[in-house]
Ligand binder design. Structure first.
Ligand SMILES: NC(=O)c1ccc[n+]([C@@H]2O[C@H](COP(=O)([O-])OP(=O)(O)OC[C@H]3O[C@@H](n4cnc5c(N)ncnc54)[C@H](OP(=O)(O)O)[C@@H]3O)[C@@H](O)[C@H]2O)c1
Length: 215
């Protein structure tokens, strides 16, 4: 069994989710409020380790009024336990589950176990299907996946994503090396992901599209 997974992302009109070397808020203030309301509906929020290293997000509900105890569990996918010990996602504002592989150094895991739960899935890279099973067994029934583009691709490849929401901010970034919504190896025409459009919403200058994934 696996939790229901909803991928939420903000991208520019040209599909970029970040600049090559600096932080950028892609969607507007009201879209951030939408995202924080969405976070409240999920048991957990999940990101890849590069997002933690680059953005140092808190992954809590803090743009709207909410009780600290309503913060979802934070899940970080991090094969080699590269997470910096002072990452904000390891603060005491919410529980955190770090998913590592058998490759992760034991001394780092010992240090991390003071700050979060650590689960091991996969030999040299996190096995995401195994991770979803174990996370389900921990009682987590729904996950809001918040990137980045490498983890998004792997989650699609393993058919683990059920719903997709993309907020298109009114910006263009360009840049061959700038991250797009989904990177990784990519799909070919025979196995690309099919979506069914469920909702269109205009929020100020942003457009929010929600799809169900058709496997
Ligand atoms: N606009 C938005 O909505 C948004 C949201 C989130 C992030 N971002 C941006 O996205 C960028 C980060 O994206 P990213 O693609 O570099 O990294 P990412 O998806 O955040 O993290 C990818 C890393 O996760 C680890 N991982 C472990 N097992 C994996 C698996 N089975 N499949 C895939 N990854 C696995 C890998 O590192 P190890 O091998 O070391 O474990 C991999 O390099 C940042 O610039 C951030 O600002 C934007």
């Amino acid at each position: 069994m696996k939790p229901f997974v909803h991928l939420n992302c903000a991208m520019t009109v040209d599909g970029k989710i970040a600049t090559q070397n600096s932080c950028l808020q892609i969607s507007g203030k009201d879209d951030l409020i939408r995202v924080h309301k969405l976070r409240l509906k999920y048991d957990a929020i999940m990101v890849g380790i590069n997002t933690v290293i680059v953005d140092d997000p808190r992954l809590t509900v803090h743009k709207i009024n909410a009780d600290k105890c309503s913060n979802p569990v934070r899940i970080v996918i991090d094969s080699n336990a590269r997470i910096p010990l002072d990452s904000r996602v390891l603060n005491d504002e919410a529980e955190t589950v770090l998913v590592v592989s058998e490759n992760a150094p034991e001394d780092k895991i010992t240090l991390l176990e003071d700050k979060c739960s650590v689960i091991v899935c996969g030999e040299s890279r996190v096995n995401l299907k195994d991770a979803m099973n174990k996370i389900y067994d921990m009682g987590i029934r729904s996950i809001l996946l918040e990137g980045g583009s490498t983890l998004n691709f792997s989650m699609f490849k393993d058919k683990l994503i059920d719903r997709v929401t993309v907020c298109i901010g009114s910006k263009i970034l360009g840049g061959t090396n700038s991250k797009t919504f989904v990177d990784g190896d990519g799909f070919d025409k025979d196995n690309c992901i099919q979506l069914k459009l469920e909702n269109i919403e205009k929020i100020d200058d942003d457009v929010v599209l929600t799809y169900n994934v058709v496997y």
